[in-house]
Ligand binder design. Structure first.
Ligand SMILES: *[C@@H]1O[C@H](CO)[C@@H](O)[C@H](O)[C@H]1NC(C)=O
Ligand SMILES: *[C@@H]1O[C@H](CO)[C@@H](O)[C@H](O)[C@H]1NC(C)=O
Ligand SMILES: *[C@@H]1O[C@H](CO)[C@@H](O)[C@H](O)[C@H]1NC(C)=O
Length: 208
């Protein structure tokens, strides 16, 4: 009985803490400030509307440098391999997205050695085909990311402060959850110790 009940703990944790469990897709926005000479991850995540439906996707990246007025195709990812299609990014782009699958949901790329010329707008384009038992359904998704290249990392006090608050509240919430779980478990365990026959008016009274 109690072993069976314990089995629910990971399930509950999964339900309440979805990000702990493998395979959950969350669309996170990309950072927008890159530092000269450092690497930078251009994040682009497009979750499937129906996570359980098998699918395959290709990802393309486009770039419009600051001061220019047209997007230029810079990177293409299909069949588990990526190609750089713009001289300016030769040997400077690496795939940072979903690995070992054609069912790509994370289409992020990584710029090695950022230069000031990388300032501008990036466009990420997902071309996805959902495979249903009797038909296929094609969808696409586009995201724009504005990148500003700076000489040195800048970090406002506000951002540092909010990160501290985030960690503190995460810890507090975790502890609270733990206390709740222990309390809950003990209440149930205690209730089960009382034999069925003795559940009468007497036992319903609170213990003195
Ligand atoms: C992204 O790619 C860069 C360069 O290949 C690599 O150093 C980095 O670890 C990768 N990050 C992730 C999360 O895959
Ligand atoms: C990064 O780029 C700068 C100039 O663009 C160059 O001087 C430097 O050698 C490069 N570093 C690496 C590791 O490629
Ligand atoms: C940046 O762009 C300018 C003008 O197109 C070019 O002359 C320069 O070499 C570029 N710098 C790098 C590091 O690519």
């Amino acid at each position: 009985m109690s072993a069976l009940r314990l089995l629910w703990v990971p399930v509950l944790l999964c339900l309440t803490h979805a990000w702990l469990c493998h395979g959950v897709c969350v669309e996170v926005d990309s950072d927008t400030e890159a530092v000269m000479g450092k690497g930078f991850k251009l994040a682009c995540i497009s979750c499937k509307m129906r996570g359980e439906v098998p699918a395959f996707a290709t990802v393309d990246w486009w770039f419009m440098a600051k001061g220019e007025s047209e997007f230029v195709h810079i990177y293409s990812y299909a069949n588990m391999s990526g190609y750089i299609v713009d001289d300016r990014f030769d040997d400077r782009l690496a795939w940072n997205g979903s690995k070992k699958t054609n069912d790509v949901q994370d289409g992020s790329i990584f710029i090695l050695n950022v230069t000031f010329n990388d300032t501008g707008t990036y466009r990420c384009f997902f071309d996805r085909t959902l495979v249903f038992p009797k038909y296929k359904y094609r969808t696409d998704a586009t995201k724009f990311i504005n990148i500003n290249v700076v000489g040195k990392a800048t970090r406002g006090m506000a951002s540092i402060f909010s990160e501290i608050i985030m960690y503190v509240s995460l810890i507090v919430l975790q502890l609270w959850l733990l206390v709740e779980m222990v309390y809950c478990y003990r209440t149930i365990a205690a209730a089960e110790k009382i034999p069925r026959a003795s559940v009468s008016k007497k036992s319903l009274k609170p213990k003195a």
